[in-house]
Ligand binder design. Structure first.
Ligand code: PLP
Length: 475
């Protein structure tokens, strides 16, 4: 039931004392012409309403949540404690800089940690999401070429194993996308790359580990080819979970990188934010960084604008509390803990993959990074049970489905990312569920077509929902 349907005219909770100043009404021209439909409920009603909704939803705290490409790890509570400190929450972006030195130190310290992890020289925290970070990074590349009068570079190369936001970003920045296919083994085709680079190459956008969960073995060669053609290299580091503290994009030859602090660096996400797509860059791109970079030393920090700044990409300083969480996470784990988290993420993914590959076809039969992709095309041909059916069947077994039908280059894909925060017991349970569903597919396919049957809402008409979405309540 919607909150509007629970509303009763006149029901409310009086929190404020009676008004003791004259009431001034806006002028006629400024008053609203439509009724303001606000639900009217008591505090008790509201509290129960949201608790009811909370119970119907699924999150990391309800159980295994192997949503590939999203890093749904457990987020340590200490991050939340730090982000809730009043010194961080009860400030205003227009406050004098001398009164927010601690917050500026957070930016500077987070920049120190994350440039160390990425092998970059600078980092801005303004972008609010991964795709926003990509856009910022590509604008840096564009500003770099423009500043050199090198204006014929109008193409960005994007391998087909890149995240979908990569070509979208390049297009939004006004570039033509040159798509290159992957080889059989899921890596970039070096010969094809050599064919397409040239005087019109502005840069390359690469997701590594790529969307099929593989680390490209030719990474140094790839960045070298692009650099030799005069282009720059962009690293989509949204999913740094597999490599943080082990290898650095900067050392692989990349000039600019974004991180999804709301994935790898443990801010809860889903439901649309807030996030942070922090962007790191090498010295050559520093003159173009967004406005308001923090400079100086403890107690004497101030904001500066890079000489040829691309301007502001978001109001003020980005989602600051996400940066507080990321910094807390880095400081808690430390130099030893960060690579350890990554190696556990990789171990967990390989463990699950190896315990499932006798039944399920793996898209790439290789050592994977933090996630692996199964291709259920064969199972579907044989039994009629699709990746969607298996995903829905998982819901009836208390497991959130993996990412489905992505990456597009694998048919009937299920992309599983267990993360480092799950124990062997949880992984074993999940493996048993996957194995059981495989046998169900062979013996009782019909039951899987009907799944889920134990969730608040059953199988949705997804086409109908996409074609005729009902997004408003009709009063
Ligand atoms: C999630 C993701 C993005 C986009 O991040 P948003 O915060 O959703 O905009 C980009 N690239 C990769 C590889 C991702 O996994």
């Amino acid at each position: 039931m919607l909150i509007f349907e629970k509303s009763r005219t006149g029901r409310h909770l009086t929190l404020l004392p009676k008004c003791d100043v004259p009431i001034v009404m806006p002028e006629e021209k400024d008053t609203r012409t439509l009724d303001l439909h606000l639900p009217e409920l008591s505090e008790n009603d509201i509290s129960r309403h949201y608790t009811e909704l909370e119970k119907k939803s699924r999150g990391v705290n309800d159980g295994f949540y192997p949503l590939g490409s999203c890093t749904m790890k457990y987020n340590p509570r200490i991050n939340e404690d730090m982000a809730a400190l009043s010194g961080f929450t009860e400030i205003h972006p227009l406050q004098p800089q001398s009164t927010v030195q601690g917050c500026m130190e957070v930016f500077k310290t987070a920049e120190y940690y994350l440039t160390e992890i990425t092998g970059m020289d600078h980092m801005t925290f303004q972008p609010a999401a991964g795709a926003h970070g990509e856009f910022t990074g590509i604008l840096l590349i564009k500003a770099y070429h423009t500043s050199r009068g090198d204006t014929k570079r109008n193409k960005i190369i994007v391998p087909d194993s890149a995240h979908g936001t990569n070509p979208a970003t390049a297009a939004m920045a006004g570039y033509k996308i040159i798509n290159i296919d992957s080889r059989e083994d899921g890596c970039v085709d070096i010969d094809k790359l050599r064919e397409v680079v040239g005087e019109d190459t502005a840069g390359l956008m690469l997701t590594n580990p790529n969307t099929v969960g593989l680390f490209d073995k030719n990474i140094l060669q790839i960045t070298k080819i692009v650099h030799e053609a005069g282009g720059l290299c962009y690293y989509d580091g949204a999913n740094l979970n597999a490599v943080m503290g082990t290898v650095r994009p900067g050392d692989m030859g990349f000039d600019v990188v974004h991180l999804n602090l709301h994935k790898t660096f443990s801010t809860p996400h889903g439901g649309g934010g807030p996030g942070s797509g922090a962007v790191g860059c090498k010295e050559i791109l520093a003159p173009f960084l967004p406005k308001d970079m923090v400079e100086g030393e403890v107690g004497k920090y101030h904001f500066v604008n890079a000489p040829q700044t691309i301007g502001r990409v978001k109001e003020f300083y980005g989602n600051f509390l996400v940066v507080v969480r990321a910094l807390t996470y880095c400081m808690t784990l430390g130099k030893e803990g960060i690579p350890e988290a990554s190696s556990h993420a990789v171990l967990n993914a390989n463990y699950m993959m190896n315990r499932l590959k006798d039944l399920y076809d793996m898209a790439y039969d290789e050592v994977c990074m933090h996630e692996f992709v199964m291709g259920l095309e064969g199972l579907k041909k044989e039994t009629g049970v699709s990746a969607m059916d298996i995903a829905k069947g998982l819901l009836d077994n208390g497991i959130h489905p993996p990412t489905m039908y992505f990456p597009l280059i694998v048919h009937e894909a299920l992309m599983v990312e267990p993360t480092e925060t799950e124990s062997k017991e949880i992984l074993d349970e999940a493996i048993e569920v996957f194995r059981k569903l495989y046998h169900d597919a062979k013996t009782a396919a019909e039951s899987l077509h009907m799944a889920p049957v134990s969730t608040p809402i059953g199988r949705l008409d997804e086409v109908g929902a996409a074609r005729n979405p009902i997004l408003r309540h009709k009063f």
